[in-house]
Unconditional design. Structure first.
Length: 593
């Protein structure tokens, strides 16, 4: 079944797939619905897995979250988050939770080897059995560190595995435990989408949203396990191939501007999209202060009254954002709930159904329910996602980028944007292009690496941060040329190495040590300066940034830095602000995670 021997390590998979012709009917609770346009297909097949239909292009009450195949391979079932079941090909409808009030949403399903039954699994590991499927246990009574995302049956049907979003595995009945992907997935900030057992039942693959897989037991990794141009929600195996349930993803162009888009830039990007006949939506980004997390009235994360935890925030228009963020995210936003990123949820032990409180941009405390915990494959490193309308209710509005999709051709799209966009410091990035250089670490990554702190606003752009975090992480270090700097302990050794090398290469004269130490410095708790920062905390708050020769380099203006000095900083894991869309020539920021 699998081609390349591999055990307990990541495999990367890239596969060009052809969307197969759709056919047949959609069956749910005995009702037939015509199949939609195959270009909107939500199920694609690889190898011997054929497409038997799906409700792509139709408006469902809840998004599809799981797929399971029949014994013959000539059909499959799909399940939505409310437990509604859709049957295709030779799959027969055997029951659903569509009419049951669920404690937690359904996240996946598995079929019995005979094809005469199936199980549905909820995010808390609760199991619902139909047809010949038998209950073998659940995690419904356990306090899980991460939500369940899928399940798979053993070859006998007398057991099943469940997999958590972090790649952790739970075994029931005659299912044997062969290992977990949790250490690798957690470290790489990945999310699992499902588990595929081998025909012997003595091993399984665990797949993540970004095409990474780990192999366990007697499983080995196919060099092409997950599709290109497709964002998978779930997968199922059939003899000789796989089915993937998910969202087609085409080319996307992003137009952004440091400090937020001006109205001129925003309208120009939207006008270019209109001329191209493309779809476009505006992303709003900024920072909010989290003040607590609770579950059924019990505190999950307690934050000191009057203080808050910084959270990176995205606001979108749900009706425009599904192709960018996926149906699961958009569905939660449409219900007026907030979506939390997986890495952030892991930091505070939060899960779907929890309530968060935060300080809005109107200065008031607001409460929202977490409707979905999303992987980085869907929302990147954002910590909280709101709908634009919901965000406006607490004063949050900061257009930062325009995303454009359904492009005619790549070059025509870029040429059209070039004609429309004003002569300003704008960034334009195609999804097919390599990542931009000089990328800083996302806030949630810094939290994972260095710990999360509480803060409270001070006068002007200053902030106060938690004394316990400061005493643990911030200390003085003496470096050549400059002298004593107060920085995060994580950068002490690397700063010494940087300035030692600058001195050794005879470049000490390019550094004004007094200006750097007194007017520049390292740790200064404050907001980002210049324009509308969206309430974001400067990396100087973390003690990870150093302003070098500030008198010779002005924010957004003059850039005067020796090229070799820039290279030395870069070689030691720092990014330089001199090449940003709004230049900051003095700024060097550690970004080596």
């Amino acid at each position: 079944m699998f081609a390349v021997p591999h055990s307990n390590r990541f495999g990367r998979a890239v596969l060009a797939l052809v969307f197969l012709a759709a056919g047949g009917t959609l069956l749910t609770s005995g009702m037939a619905v015509a199949q939609s346009d195959p270009d909107d297909a939500l199920v694609i097949g690889r190898g011997g897995a054929e497409h038997h239909g799906d409700p792509g292009g139709l408006d469902l009450l809840e998004p599809l979250v799981g797929i399971a195949g029949t014994r013959s391979g000539d059909g499959y079932w799909l399940v939505a988050s409310d437990g509604g079941v859709f049957a295709y090909g030779d799959a027969r409808f055997l029951g659903s939770t569509g009419s049951i009030r669920l404690n937690k949403p359904i996240v996946g399903m598995a079929s019995t080897p005979s094809g005469d039954g199936y199980w549905l699994v909820a995010s808390d590991g609760g199991v619902f059995a139909y047809g010949t499927a038998r209950f073998h246990g659940s995690t419904g009574s356990l306090d899980l560190s991460r939500s369940i995302v899928g399940m798979a049956s053993t070859p006998s049907g007398d057991g099943y595995w469940m997999v958590g979003s972090d790649g952790g595995v739970f075994s029931f009945g005659d299912a044997a435990f062969h290992g977990s992907a949790a250490p690798e997935f957690t470290e790489a900030e990945l999310s699992a989408i499902g588990l595929v057992p081998t025909s012997t039942g003595q091993g399984y693959l665990i797949a993540a949203t970004n095409t990474a897989v780990t192999a366990h037991g007697d499983a080995v990794i196919d060099p092409a396990v997950s599709p290109e141009g497709f964002r998978a929600r779930s997968l199922a195996a059939v003899s000789g191939g796989y089915w993937f349930l998910g969202d087609p993803v085409g080319d996307i162009v992003s137009v952004w501007q440091s400090g937020g888009l001006t109205s001129v830039s925003r309208e120009a990007a939207l006008a270019a999209a209109a001329e191209l006949g493309a779809d476009a939506t505006v992303y709003h980004r900024g920072t909010l202060g989290l003040t607590g997390v609770s579950r059924d009235g019990v505190v999950v994360q307690s934050i000191t009254p009057g203080w808050r935890v910084p959270m990176s925030v995205l606001a979108v228009t749900p009706s425009e954002a599904e192709q960018y963020l996926g149906a699961l995210v958009v569905s939660a936003l449409g219900r007026g709930q907030v979506v939390m990123g997986e890495a952030s949820a892991r930091l505070r032990g939060a899960e779907v159904g929890d309530a968060i409180s935060f300080i809005g941009w109107d200065g008031r405390t607001h409460n929202r329910e977490i409707g979905y915990v999303a992987s980085p494959a869907l929302i990147g490193n954002t910590e909280l996602v709101f709908s634009v309308a919901d965000a406006a209710s607490f004063g949050f509005s900061r257009p930062s980028s325009v995303l454009i999709s359904d492009l005619p051709t790549r070059q025509l799209s870029l040429d059209t944007l070039d004609r429309h966009l004003p002569d300003q410091l704008l960034g334009v990035q195609g999804s097919w292009e390599p990542p931009r250089p000089n990328q800083t670490l996302p806030t949630v990554t810094l939290k994972r690496l260095l710990g999360e702190f509480e803060y409270r606003p001070g006068s002007g752009d200053s902030v106060s941060i938690q004394a316990s975090w400061t005493s643990t992480n911030i200390a003085s270090v003496t470096v050549p040329i400059v002298g004593s700097l107060r920085c995060h302990r994580a950068v002490h050794d690397v700063l010494v190495a940087v300035f030692t090398q600058i001195e050794a290469e005879g470049l000490a004269g390019t550094i004004d040590g007094y200006d750097t130490r007194v007017n520049g410095g390292c740790q200064v708790p404050r907001l980002i300066r210049g324009g509308n920062s969206g309430g974001a905390l400067s990396r100087h708050t973390w003690g990870l940034a150093l302003d070098v020769n500030p008198s010779q380099n002005t924010f957004g203006g003059r850039v005067s830095m020796n090229a070799r000095v820039v290279e030395i900083f870069s070689e030691h894991g720092f990014v330089w602000g001199g090449t940003w869309t709004r230049p900051d020539g003095m700024h060097f920021e550690w970004a080596n995670s």
